[in-house]
Design a protein around this ligand. Structure first.
Ligand code: KG4
Ligand code: ZN
Length: 342
């Protein structure tokens, strides 16, 4: 059923190495969500090459927008707004999506909504379940590791953040030391499952009341251990290291997230970002939240990694309040989530 009040947002995401366009109805109904990943291209370099990413976004974006509308069976006239990731991300990559969004917003005379990438990751949860407030989100991706409190819909405040490496970044660096291709998180996750033994590795709890994270010490400990084994010409040590590393990461993430929920009285814990695909993290968080009686929401994998549907879900918060962006919108590589609050 469609009526005059229905909101159709065309959303565009190009902040890193996925080009994506989606049409989302009323903030939670995904009518289309097309994603082209550049992973195969960047693999050869062992990480994302910004200039290459921008060029690839340029090649795909127009076709993606056309296909997203076609698949959703929505005409440009029917659209309520155009949403685009404003930041954070790679500036050149962001600009490709922003230029495309501005062009169609101008041509079709539709409002533009600059959208925060992490707000998108968090509101990916809204695509599967109604968010109940106050809620705490654990954001774990290649570029971010954050605990965010939402007292109300669209009001974001940081409880804690990583002081150095993001958790996905630490996974990718450990994976590289163990000779896995980029992005290596899933390989380390799979290898950790193969071992009964776990290397004893440090946990960075930081100050007793801190919700911040630090993974660089753990990463260095792993790299040292790998080098020692290599120098001794040993083999077969990898799985115990992967398991020890994963146990350390998961224990710290889970403990801090559970404490945040208890101390803030949050009604839900939302997990999001690419590392939400990690089996060790999902299992431990599921087990602990069940024991503690905490409601846990985890989006399906397709909404955990970068995608435009999540941008459409977050942009709906601004659309409902008539908060639109001007056509001189710029890319914001280090965009503040708190400042994006409605
Ligand atoms: O959210 P995302 O797609 O991109 C960013 O916005 O960063 O996250 C990608 C990150 C990569 O670092 C990748 O290695 C990690 O998520 N990742 C995993 C797993 N699947 C993806 N890390 C650990 N275990 C996994 N199963
Ligand atoms: Zn992301």
């Amino acid at each position: 059923m469609s009526n005059q009040e229905d909101c159709y947002i065309l959303a565009i995401e190009t902040s890193c190495d996925e080009t994506s366009a989606a049409v989302v109805k009323n903030g939670n109904d995904v009518l289309s969500n097309l994603i082209v990943s550049q992973i195969e291209i960047h693999k050869a370099f062992g990480g994302v090459v910004p200039e290459v990413a921008s060029r690839k976004h340029v090649e795909s974006i127009t076709l993606m927008i056309e296909q997203a509308l076609e698949e959703a069976n929505v005409t440009p006239e029917r659209l309520s707004a155009i949403a685009v990731t404003e930041g954070p991300g790679l500036v050149g990559a962001l600009l490709v999506g922003i230029m495309a969004a501005k062009s169609v917003a101008f041509a079709w005379n539709k409002p533009l909504i600059g959208t925060h990438h992490i707000a998108g990751h968090i509101y990916a949860n809204q695509l599967v379940e109604e968010i109940v407030y106050p809620a705490v989100a654990l954001v774990v991706s290649g570029g971010h590791t954050e605990l965010v409190l939402m007292e109300q819909e669209g009001k974001f405040s940081w409880l804690g953040r990583t002081r150095d490496d993001a958790v996905g970044e630490a996974y990718d660096k450990v994976a590289r030391a163990l000779s896995f291709p980029y992005p290596g998180g899933p390989y380390v996750d799979a290898l950790a499952k193969e071992s009964k033994e776990a290397e004893k590795l440090p946990r960075a709890w930081l100050e007793p009341d801190s919700y911040d994270f630090s993974f660089s010490g753990l990463k260095s400990a792993v790299l040292n251990l790998v080098n020692q084994h290599k120098m001794r010409g040993e083999t077969g040590y990898e799985a115990a290291i992967a398991r020890g590393f994963q146990e350390s990461v998961v224990e710290v993430l889970v403990e801090k997230a559970i404490r945040a929920v208890k101390e803030t009285g949050a009604k839900q814990l939302l997990l999001c970002g690419g590392v939400a695909a990690n089996r060790g993290l999902r299992e431990e968080l599921t087990k602990r939240t069940e024991t503690e009686g905490i409601a846990l929401v985890i989006p399906p994998f397709k909404y955990c990694t970068d995608n435009a549907a999540m941008i459409g879900a977050a942009a709906y918060l601004k659309w409902k309040r008539g908060q639109f962006s001007s056509l001189d919108l710029k890319g914001e590589p280090s965009f503040s989530l708190e400042a994006w609050s409605v």
